[in-house]
Ligand binder design. Structure first.
Ligand code: ADP
Length: 252
């Protein structure tokens, strides 16, 4: 198997007359973290949603491990949906707000996907879920309901729930932007831990200092294209493009 976990080639996406992605190319090596930076509306979330096929690109190829979809030739109907579904199953998405089931406990929230969608044995899934809860620092909250948890704890459950499906890649869409400032750190610490453990991650965030710490690769987007790419030290520490500099001046 190749060491390139994600390969994106020539991704294009329009909403009506708005060209949101205008030719996106990048690769993500296995076990590394890629951070997408860029001004609001530059297309970062659309890239993530394309990886998870929540948005269907107009053209371009996305490969995650052995599953590859060429969106220009995606067949209509059932066959196209099946191909999209196979690609979607390769990644787990963590949203701005966790979308937990309010009337289910933390543990029930974690096991729902693996048991119902993946049809895996309950005992095995429960054991794994407890390990994941321990990993995100919530071993003692398995039987709590979401409303009994803080926003940061809820978001950590959301992360554990994404991991419970054993995705090849974890996608984070501004995972801390809905949180009160004092809760941001605990969620970022969990994400950093995952990266250190070798999970492959793609992260959209406005937390530049966090990005500097966690990113093996930074992609700076503007106007639906990648304007600048490289290590955090290169793109954040020593940006070459005026658009990157302007963005960093505004947010730092
Ligand atoms: P970012 O994450 O960088 O802020 P997005 O990918 O969310 O950017 O959005 C890029 C552009 O696409 C924005 O102008 C946004 O309004 C537009 N957009 C995103 N999703 C949709 C949609 N479903 N329908 C119409 N326009 C959309």
């Amino acid at each position: 198997m190749t060491d390139t976990r994600i390969e994106v080639t020539g991704l294009h996406k329009s909403f009506g007359t708005l060209d949101v992605l205008r030719g996106i190319d990048f690769t993500v090596p296995r076990g590394t973290s890629t951070v997408l930076l860029g001004p609001s509306g530059s297309g970062k979330t659309t890239v993530l949603r394309s990886l998870n096929v929540l948005d269907t690109p107009d053209r371009g190829v996305i490969r995650i491990d052995e599953v590859s979809v060429d969106f220009a030739t995606l067949p209509p109907g059932k066959a196209g949906r099946a191909a999209s579904q196979r690609l979607r199953a390769q990644s787990g998405m963590v949203f701005q707000s966790h979308n937990l089931f309010p009337h289910r406990t933390v543990l029930q929230n974690l096991i729902e996907g693996p048991v119902v969608a993946q049809k895996r044995p309950v005992d095995e899934v429960v054991a794994e879920a407890r390990v994941l809860l321990d990993q995100v620092g919530l071993a003692d909250r398995a039987d709590s309901y979401p409303h009994q948890l803080s926003g940061g704890q809820q978001q950590r459950v959301g992360i554990a729930r994404a991991l419970a499906l054993k995705p090849r890649v974890v996608l984070f869409d501004e995972p801390t932007s809905a949180l009160d400032p004092e809760l941001v750190g605990e969620v970022l610490a969990v994400i950093k831990d995952l990266a250190a453990q070798g999970w492959t991650t793609v992260i959209v965030t406005h937390e530049i200092r966090f990005a500097e710490h966690v990113a093996d690769q930074v992609l700076f987007l503007d106007g639906g294209v990648i304007v600048e790419r490289g290590s955090a030290a290169q793109v954040i520490g020593d940006p070459q493009e005026e658009r990157t500099r302007r963005f960093l001046r505004r947010v730092l």
